[in-house]
Design a protein around this ligand. Structure first.
Ligand code: ATR
Length: 282
């Protein structure tokens, strides 16, 4: 039963049925004996404004926003963090005394996962980002504020890559390359990050990178976590490169949001294992 003592958090997206966020957050709330409940709401585009107003009307503590509402939601919020404005998308809302504040925890979640799971020192590194959608914008923007050396963006639609370059080059040396030219640049990068849906279940035999281009000194990262080992990561392992999968980004973006709602930074390993266990039982 939900009673008035319980703080409510919503997941607003479409579809939300298969999201692991409710399980991950509710398990953590239970473990910490926090009186919070996380519920998923399937909301279509036409109902987004009403749903966001509902956060206030129902005095909910906050929400996560997922596909396809991360951009549209911005116009219904009272305040948006600088980071989320630059990224152009919000994935977390906090209800601060009736004021809805939007954040984007995807970029920071990704970087924290990358650094903590691989121990990489990002200083002076050259990074290639595959893709220029919402996830690429979050990751690229967060990276551009760090002391890396350069970013190369490649994307099927080169115009989108150029738009992202326009944002990132304010902070970091950035260039765009055509997907067909990846092999000409890949030797000079240290980290390759796939932010596209290429390799995502069920298209598990696809990769944008030819296995022969991968070198042992590359760190290859894929934000996909279904499957945990994409073709890109399997190829990278075979070539002796270090790999990093997308589960950590999912867990950390959730953990950072969790902290914004509750003031407590949660147990990352517990959250990660909760998600892994649920994959196993599926
Ligand atoms: P997200 O929020 O997860 O980043 P998105 O904004 O829809 O999702 O971005 C998806 C990314 O995957 C884009 O870079 C997209 O390329 P386009 O900008 O050209 O659409 C990329 N992508 C999706 N399907 C692709 C495919 N079949 N080949 C190459 N790139 C693809």
């Amino acid at each position: 039963m939900i009673n008035s003592e319980i703080e409510l958090i919503g997941l607003i997206g479409n579809p939300v049925k298969h999201s692991k966020s409710p399980l991950m957050h509710n398990s953590m709330f239970d473990k910490l004996h926090l009186k919070y409940q996380y519920l998923a709401f399937n909301v279509c585009r036409n109902d987004l404004e009403k749903a966001i107003n509902g956060i206030k009307a129902l005095n909910m503590k906050g929400a996560n926003i997922t596909i396809p509402h991360k951009v549209d939601v911005m116009k219904y919020l009272d305040e948006i963090s600088d980071e989320a404005i630059q990224i152009g998308a919000v994935n977390t809302i906090v209800n601060r005394d009736g004021k809805l504040v939007g954040y984007n925890t995807d970029g920071e979640g990704y970087i924290r996962s990358l650094v903590e799971e691989t121990n990489i020192d990002l200083e002076g590194k050259n990074v290639m980002i595959l893709g220029a959608g919402g996830a690429a914008r979050a990751i690229g923007y967060t990276l551009s504020k760090l002391n890396i050396d350069s970013i190369i963006i490649t994307n099927r639609s080169i115009e989108k890559a150029k738009n992202l370059k326009g944002i990132l080059e304010r902070y970091i040396s950035t260039k765009t390359v055509e997907i067909d030219d990846i092999n000409k640049y890949i030797d000079n990068v240290d980290i390759i990050i796939n932010t596209t849906s290429i390799g995502l279940y069920p298209n598990v035999d696809q990769s944008l990178i030819d296995k022969e281009w991968i070198k042992p000194n590359h760190l290859v990262s894929d934000i996909i976590y279904n499957p945990l080992v994409t073709k890109l990561l399997a190829d990278a392992s075979e070539k002796g490169a270090r790999t990093h999968n997308g589960l950590g980004m999912f867990v950390y973006q959730g953990a950072i949001a969790f902290e914004k709602w509750t003031g407590i930074f949660p147990d990352i390993e517990f959250m990660r294992n909760t998600v892994i266990d649920s994959f196993r039982s599926n």
